[in-house]
Design a protein around this ligand. Structure first.
Ligand code: HEM
Length: 181
């Protein structure tokens, strides 16, 4: 994944727990890279190693780390570094999620070598929908949950998320039922 992702993990840890904790996480991860360059692609393995090391160092379940990172990605990385992109995604929560299938097309103008996730939206009602998540990568479904929670906070609405299907249970992709008010 692009360095921006690893950098965001670094910022989350440094700003929440301090620089010493980040140094401990890096040591534990075995990742021997001093500085991540946002616009350079790195092996996915590096991102996974960092996330696992955060969970070990903080004694937190990996799922909690991924959820926290998803929220951070929206509320810090997205809002503060790519505010114009976030705003172009929609005027409210429902619009943003409904437009999500096209979102990474715009991201690809900044990061052309992106391997983006794929989203589909079905069962659209006034205050709920189904979000389908397809990815070449495994283990990121709780990251998606954190992203959706972050979007709820971004738009100031209460969000409820239920996982209806998962590759962990032999489906071929994840399906989230999302309700908001
Ligand atoms: C300004 C906002 C955003 C930017 C700049 C951005 C950029 C990126 C980048 C650079 C990656 C790494 C992929 C790679 O390097 O190959 C990524 C992955 C991902 N993004 Fe976004 N993204 C944004 C918003 C979102 C939003 C709003 C969602 C969903 C709610 C989302 C869902 C994901 C997921 C799930 C992945 C993991 C890749 C996978 O599942 O295969 N992103 N994004």
């Amino acid at each position: 994944m692009y360095g921006i992702v690893n950098k965001a993990i670094e910022e989350l840890v440094t700003e929440t727990f301090g620089e010493e904790k980040w140094n401990a996480v890096k040591l534990k991860s075995g990742v021997d890279i001093d500085f991540f360059i946002s616009t350079e692609p790195y092996d996915d393995d590096i991102t996974y190693k960092l996330a696992i090391a955060v969970s070990q160092e903080m004694s937190l379940p990996l799922s909690d780390v991924l959820i926290a990172f998803g929220e951070w990605w929206i509320l810090k990385t997205g809002k503060e570094k790519y505010g114009y992109l976030m705003e172009s995604g929609g005027n409210n929560f429902k619009e943003f999620i409904t437009n999500l299938p096209l979102f990474h097309n715009r991201v690809m103008m900044i990061y052309p070598k992106l391997t983006p996730p794929e989203f589909k939206v079905t069962d659209i009602q006034d205050a709920s929908l189904h979000l389908h998540y397809f990815s070449k990568r495994v283990g990121l479904q709780e990251f998606v949950r954190g992203l959706i929670q972050g979007l709820g906070k971004f738009y100031g609405c209460e969000v409820e998320i239920n996982l209806l299907a998962s590759r962990d249970e032999n489906a071929d992709h994840e399906v989230f039922e999302i309700k908001w008010k």
